[in-house]
Design a protein around this ligand. Structure first.
Ligand code: PLP
Length: 354
């Protein structure tokens, strides 16, 4: 190809594409922190109803904003809907472009798309190492300078499952200058049980904070692509301007409303997740394998130098987990909590393979 592509684009790593493995019987898919259950029955019937209207452009965004706002006790104008939280990350980067202020701070490791998207939009990425598998807000704060524009904090953190706590977050926020936007990605918030988990939503009127949540995890709608952001009204209005019209499809909008209304489904998912983590922690202990205590729907498991080879052996047995080499943790795998039969299958194969 004769086209010249700028080096800044050439050096961007690929985001791993989802594989079809695991959609069919026989596979145990614990590699992408997905919900192991099909969505709520209310989602199915709402999608069937919506099918009759696919000749129309997607409506329903305002209704969904109102439903989210009601649930959280905020105004609908403080809610932003995106094609997954991934689109919210992009909207943020587009809206915040600001000449020389072009530094984005992230923890290392953290969710891979922050760095990829930041590079696509021409930002400089500053990566801050973890302290004992936790985001070190003190260290993050030390990286803030006159060029800093956005800080992406992920709580709980993918891939460790650890959280930073209310008190630390409050202290950190006091040190952040007003020209810096803090994005707190709470993709796994519904799974958290710790009472110390920060109440970020109460900060949105006071400080430049955008909180991101998603329907991909606890609500089981990853394949439909829908997430939401919560922030101060004028911030949301500016972010909204950078959004592609109709980026969220009609099925997703309608399904998300239905999913929100099914409290029993959410309870079932959270109960399964809690039991799954307890099972993993006990079973791994029995195998003398270390893991990181997690507040999310996945756990980080230390397998040592054979971690990659074990991942391959698990794959041969149709058990999918994520080797953490790409996250700079080559001794670890990340395992999503599945249904209990899937969790047992993982442990059974792991026991045999090691
Ligand atoms: C921390 C974090 N944020 C965002 C996402 C993506 O969410 P969405 O499916 O809403 O784009 C993921 C997906 O794994 C994630 O781990």
């Amino acid at each position: 190809m004769k086209l010249t592509i700028h080096d800044d684009i050439k050096k961007i790593p690929y985001y791993p594409k989802a594989m079809m493995y695991g959609y069919d019987e026989g596979w145990v898919r614990l590699s992408s922190n997905e919900n192991p259950f099909p969505p709520s029955p209310k989602v199915f019937s709402s999608i069937l109803d919506a099918l009759f209207f696919t000749n129309r452009y997607p409506g329903g965004e305002l209704e969904l904003k109102s439903a989210i706002a009601k649930k959280l006790g905020i105004a609908a104008e403080q809610v932003l809907i995106g094609n997954g939280s991934n689109e919210l990350i992009e909207m943020t980067l587009k809206a915040m472009k600001h000449g020389k202020r072009n530094k984005v701070i992230i923890s290392d490791p953290s969710f891979a798309f922050y760095a990829i998207a930041a590079q696509v939009y021409g930002y400089e990425v500053c990566k801050v190492p973890l302290a004992d598998m936790h985001v070190d807000l003190g260290l993050v704060g030390k990286q803030i300078d006159k060029t800093t524009r956005i800080i992406f904090l992920n709580n709980p953190l993918n891939p460790t499952g650890t959280i930073f706590e209310q008190e630390h977050f409050e202290n950190f926020m006091k040190t952040v200058p007003p020209e810096v936007l803090i994005v707190v990605d709470e993709a796994y918030a519904e799974f958290v049980e710790s009472a110390q988990f920060p109440n970020t939503i109460k900060d949105i009127g006071e400080r430049p904070v955008l909180v991101m949540r998603t329907f991909s995890k606890a609500y089981g709608l990853a394949g439909l692509r829908i997430g939401y952001g919560i922030g101060e009204e004028s911030l949301i209005a500016f972010l909204e301007r950078t959004k592609q019209p109709f980026s969220v499809n009609m099925m997703a909008l309608i399904a998300a409303q239905a999913a929100l209304s099914d409290g029993a489904y959410l309870k079932k998912v959270l109960r399964n997740n809690r039991n799954g983590k307890l099972y993993f922690s006990k079973a791994l202990q029995e195998l003398s394998i270390e893991s990181v205590p997690s507040e999310a729907n996945f756990i980080l498991v230390k397998l040592g130098k054979d971690a990659e080879a074990i991942t391959k052996r698990l794959f041969e047995e149709k058990v999918l987990v994520r080797w953490m080499g790409a996250y700079g943790l080559p001794d670890f795998i990340r395992v999503s909590v599945g249904r209990m039969d899937e969790n047992r299958r993982f442990i059974e194969v792991l026991r045999r393979v090691i």
